[in-house]
Write a protein that binds this ligand. Structure first.
Ligand code: SF4
Ligand code: SF4
Ligand code: SF4
Length: 275
């Protein structure tokens, strides 16, 4: 790659200059777990300038100018530029598992275990990363009532960085608790943030998401059945009915209970679960 600055003192401002151009939807479609990690890869010369579908051709032109690289068409392997769509949660079917909160890179979903979850539409970037993990498919795309602009991008960057800082604090606290304080990252803060976000934002292949959903649904139903049997026996031996996850306030097992062996869920990085 031409003209690559290898000095860390030059690299950090360059990462910031590149990051300032990126859309900040944190959608991971570029193949990196957020805009800043992609900016770091661009600055290091390990990523191409045509991997960001939300930025489209206009972003490619700006990156080509900034990095003195030849312009390229958008790489179709990363998708195409599409209209901004936010998401909404179907309150009637949400089982309060919190998986969407864990997937959201900008903390745009609020809720607690076994409680209905809600999307903060003003904070949502439309990244759609919360949709695949939902075990009951109750998150849907909705048209965005606004245009994505620099002000929204700036707010999304702040929320992303605040979340990364929180995850780092949690990781340090956990490391201290285990008596193994985290060593400084050998490649600096930007790389640490990239690593944290890589751990926190599950970029789940489509087939893996389906497997995860199936396993989670089966586990929820199994727990529900095991709890329904003693209640049925206590009620006089009638056959117990499984609590209906689609009924609001139904007795649904807490998906934030301690992991079971073979649990497919991501590590507990969620403040609602950490509770
Ligand atoms: S907007 Fe999405 S695809 Fe573009 S740099 Fe940010 S995370 Fe990557
Ligand atoms: S609510 Fe869903 S679509 Fe919106 S920012 Fe969070 S993960 Fe992305
Ligand atoms: S992943 Fe789906 S079911 Fe679980 S809390 Fe989020 S919206 Fe509700």
């Amino acid at each position: 790659m031409p003209g690559l600055p290898m000095d860390a003192a030059l690299l950090t401002p360059l990462i910031q200059s590149i990051d300032a151009l990126l859309p900040q939807t944190q959608c991971a479609r570029c193949g990196y777990p957020g805009c800043e990690p992609y900016a770091a890869a661009l600055a290091a010369g390990t990523a191409a300038i045509n991997q960001c579908p939300p930025g489209g051709e206009a972003l490619i032109g700006r990156l080509a100018e900034l990095l003195a690289r030849p312009t390229l068409p958008l790489d179709p392997r990363h998708g195409s530029a599409t209209a901004l769509e936010l998401v909404a949660i179907d309150e009637e079917h949400c089982i309060g598992c919190t998986l969407c909160i864990q997937a959201c890179p900008v903390d745009a979903i609020i809720g607690a275990p076994k409680q209905m979850h809600v999307v903060l539409s003003d904070a949502c970037t439309g990244c759609q990363l919360c949709i695949p993990p939902c075990p009951v498919d109750c998150i849907r795309s909705v048209p965005a009532p606004f245009v994505w602009d620099e002000e929204r991008a700036g707010r999304a960057r702040q929320r992303y960085q605040a979340r990364a800082a929180r995850l780092e604090r949690l990781a340090r606290a956990e490391g201290a608790r285990l008596g193994a304080a985290a060593a400084p990252h050998p490649a600096g803060a930007a790389s640490r943030m990239a690593d944290d976000c890589a751990a926190a934002v599950p970029v789940v292949p489509a087939h893996a998401g389906e497997v995860q959903k199936r396993v989670i649904i089966e586990r929820v139903l199994a727990r529900a059945r095991s709890r329904a049997r003693p209640r049925a026996a206590a009620a006089g031996g009638r056959t117990g009915s499984v609590p209906n996850a689609s009924v609001p306030n139904a007795s649904v097992p807490n998906a934030c209970e301690p992991d079971q062996p073979g649990d497919p869920r991501p590590a507990d990085t969620n403040k609602a679960c950490a509770g």
